[in-house]
Design a protein. Structure first.
Length: 400
């Protein structure tokens, strides 16, 4: 019997092939041009939006394709394979920002922002991390939101916010009651053109110019109370649901990057000669390539399992965390092995190996560091803290 999950898996494979073709024809040939221009390529994001790459998890009523989370994972993997910097914002356009708005926002917010985000005509950012810390979401949060009639006034700052300088809308987290711990955090939709919302680029040479990261300054930013996501005090739940989406996406991107490392290593090992033979004939190189091949397949299986659970209507917090943790480890090992296989050529600007190294480490850190994932997974396995405790039933209008 063919299940809906099986059909979603087949659709994901078809979409993945389409994205791979797009990457080969539209992205990889333009990498040098994009890097030299150093400007965020809105045109490419509009193209990807028009092709339905960002609408996998949304119904047709809001412009989505309803292809499902396995399709989302396939898109993320193939975009990362094509060029890691461009795939980073895919998470914001296809998952973290629009899904958070769709699942927690009022109908008016969904209608106003979700179609534009998944079509690529609007750009989003997720303003969660603060200057004093990211993993310690509660302890480090200094941003405040104070109720003032029909509005909230938000004051504070955020750090390491991807695409904030080019975004049209932000999901911002702030404390509405500092005395209530995690129950005192709330989440808001904030148009970036609102007076008091300002950004400052954070110099980050190793990530290049195509994945801009920023500090966000919030100086008495007034937003309507209707822009609240969920209820006041539910911001921590909102954040955790956003992290679930983000962890699935970054796990899939890690698989795509690891696959790119494997492909580059195989090609080079078959071409490069030393001591009168191809370096692929050396046992150490064979071992590195064998490890990559096995680990990439295993990581992909974990990602596909988590995505399939989403498509079955389950919110796989545990599975997403496990996939993110393992795929991040695999991606880093693959990038390091690739650099060793390429030797000095790994640091040439003519080749993408140094980019692979940088983004492998970035994705191991983003959406919850490897150490944090290990703690969460262990606490859950030990029975101390269940990963299911912050789950919220899905709302109509989005597949989550």
């Amino acid at each position: 019997m063919v299940t809906a999950t099986d059909m979603a898996g087949e659709a994901a494979q078809e979409l993945g092939a389409l994205v791979r073709d797009f990457g080969l024809k539209e992205i990889r040939p333009r990498i040098r041009e994009l890097e030299e221009a150093g400007e965020f390529p809105r045109d490419l994001y509009r193209q990807m939006g028009e092709l339905g790459f960002f609408g996998c998890c949304f119904p047709e009523q809001v412009g989505g394709t309803d292809a499902g989370y396995q399709a989302l994972a396939a898109v993320a993997e193939q975009l990362a394979w094509a060029y890691p910097p461009l795939s980073a914002a895919m998470n914001l356009q296809a998952a973290t920002v629009p899904l958070t708005i769709a699942n927690w926002g009022a109908a008016e917010l969904v209608e106003r922002y979700v179609p534009g985000l998944i079509s690529g005509t609007l750009l989003g950012c997720n303003a969660m991390t603060e200057p004093d810390g990211g993993s310690d979401l509660l302890g480090a949060m200094r941003t405040r939101a104070v109720r003032d009639g029909d509005h909230y006034v938000i004051t504070g700052s955020k750090m390491w916010i991807t695409n904030a300088n080019v975004a049209d809308v932000a999901v911002v987290y702030a404390k509405t009651d500092p005395e209530l711990g995690h129950r005192g955090v709330s989440a808001f939709v904030v148009p970036t053109g609102t007076p008091g919302f300002a950004t400052s680029r954070v110099p980050c040479r190793v990530l290049g110019k195509l994945m801009p990261t920023n500090e966000v300054i919030l100086s008495e930013v007034r937003v309507p109370a209707a822009n609240l996501l969920g209820e006041e005090g539910e911001g921590f739940k909102v954040a955790m649901s956003a992290m679930d989406y983000g962890r699935l996406s970054v796990a899939a991107r890690s698989v795509g990057l690891a696959q790119a490392c494997l492909d580059a290593s195989v090609e080079y090992a078959n071409q490069r000669e030393a001591f009168g033979q191809r370096i692929g004939s050396f046992q150490m190189v064979k071992k590195q390539i064998a490890d990559m091949a096995c680990e990439v397949s295993a990581a992909r299986a974990l990602v596909q399992d988590a995505a399939a659970r989403y498509d079955e209507g389950v919110i796989p917090t545990r599975e997403s965390s496990i996939a993110k943790y393992y795929a991040g480890e695999v991606c880093n090992r693959a990038a390091q092995a690739t650099a060793e296989i390429f030797g000095g050529y790994a640091f040439s600007d003519e080749l993408p190996i140094s980019t692979y190294l940088n983004y492998a480490k970035l994705w191991q850190t983003g959406e919850g560091s490897a150490n944090i994932q290990a703690v969460l997974i262990a606490d859950d396995a030990l029975g101390w803290k269940s990963m299911d405790r912050h789950r919220r039933p899905s709302k109509p209008g989005a597949r989550a």
